[in-house]
Design a protein around this ligand. Structure first.
Ligand SMILES: *Cc1c(COP(=O)(O)O)cnc(C)c1O
Length: 368
């Protein structure tokens, strides 16, 4: 890659291949792989990532919202796409664009059947979501009879899969709770299957589930964060490669004297003769205000430069008093070595939040 001369998010598709193969190596050969590409493939670029995953022969894709699935279909993606959190207002679009809804409650089930029947669909694939302890979306086990009776009164849809989501698969202090979720899901699935005359696929694991709970891989796994290079543990992080590097450039260097202040609300005061660099990336680009006031940092010439004062909408100022640097020099916000997960930790958040926050304003550049 050439040095950055503006703010750019570099995406390493070779690293994506590596992570995909690494996660696949944890699975039985007949376990299907669903790649979660919601939120612009965790802040990278959903179209390029989905195209690359399609080349890698991923079995399924998932997005959170209908609109995200439409974007992929518009780009020519033909892999099946599960929409994890659809709303009835989008059901016609879902069918029109061959997207497959997660059905998480009785209202959504009823309304999807109505639309599927209106559109004269036969065996339209849907995915029945059960709540096993996350208490976010999903039917309860006690809803099985209702779901099955609805499925039996229509030929318009079929339950392609039954799934649930783990609440704490990355947390080894919660093994007991997670095991109970796994058991509860298996019991519900069995009750469900016994009442149907066909066999839906079962899936439960996200990335950390794949790593920590091999017995729960079932027919398919749903990986997001691992594909993008984070494994929710220091150990797993070693085997994965972050695919995204966020880089920028020094726009201007200022020399300031003791008592002078930097940025809005004069939040930083120089303790002596100091040197600051202004970088063209701000909270509108995804570096939130929580990284200001010396919590967050960037790297210049391999050295850490703390963000001083408040993060502005389009800029941050960093302290480069002890760094030999010039206007036009490259700045690393995170990359494969200086990890986004560490920067996230500096502001008490997680890799998921910092990477998905990188806004669409930031230019994307791809390499293999
Ligand atoms: C986001 C999401 C995933 C992916 O989780 P990771 O921890 O990123 O692997 C899987 N399943 C559901 C239902 C999700 O919402």
């Amino acid at each position: 890659m050439p040095k950055a001369n503006e703010t750019v998010l570099e995406i390493d598709l070779g690293a994506l291949t590596h992570n995909f193969n690494y996660l696949k190596s944890k699975l039985q050969s007949n376990t299907k792989f669903l790649a979660v590409v919601k939120a612009f493939a965790y802040g990278s670029d959903s179209i390029e990532i989905a195209k690359h995953l399609e080349l890698l022969k991923v079995d399924y894709l998932a997005v959170a919202y209908t609109k995200e699935g439409v974007l992929l279909r518009d780009a020519g993606i033909t892999t099946p796409i599960l929409v994890l959190h659809p709303q009835p207002i989008n059901f016609e679009t879902i069918i029109e664009r061959c997207l497959e809804p997660s059905i998480y409650n009785a209202k959504v089930l009823k309304e999807f059947i109505e639309v599927a029947e209106e559109q004269k669909q036969k065996d339209y694939p849907v995915h029945i979501k059960f709540n096993t302890g996350l208490n976010r979306l999903g039917f309860w086990e006690s809803d099985v009879d209702h779901i099955v009776s609805k499925l039996k009164t229509t030929t318009s849809i079929i339950a392609k899969s039954i799934f649930s989501h783990l609440a704490a698969s990355e947390d080894l202090n919660e093994v007991e709770f997670t095991n109970r979720q796994i058991e509860s899901f298996k019991t519900t699935a069995k009750t469900f299957e016994d009442k149907l005359d066909y066999q839906p696929w079962l899936h439960l694991c996200n990335t950390s589930g794949v790593i920590n709970y091999p017995k729960a891989h079932l027919d398919m796994v749903r990986c997001g964060i691992g594909l993008y290079g984070f494994g929710n543990s220091a150990d797993e992080d070693k085997s994965l490669k972050p695919i995204a590097s966020l880089k920028s450039v020094i726009s201007q260097i200022h020399k300031i004297e003791k008592g002078e202040t930097v940025g809005y609300n004069r939040a930083y005061t120089a303790k002596g003769s100091e040197k600051t660099a202004t970088i063209p990336i701000g909270h509108a680009d995804g570096i939130g205000r929580q990284y200001g006031n010396e919590k967050g940092y960037v790297f210049i010439d391999g050295k850490k430069a703390p963000i001083i004062g408040n993060v502005c909408m389009d800029m941050v100022m960093v302290n480069v008093t002890n760094i030999d640097c010039s206007e036009g020099d490259e700045v690393i916000i995170f990359d494969a070595t200086n990890k986004a997960s560490d920067l996230a930790e500096s502001a008490n958040t997680i890799s998921y939040e910092i990477i998905t926050a990188i806004s669409q304003r930031v230019k994307r550049r791809f390499s293999n």
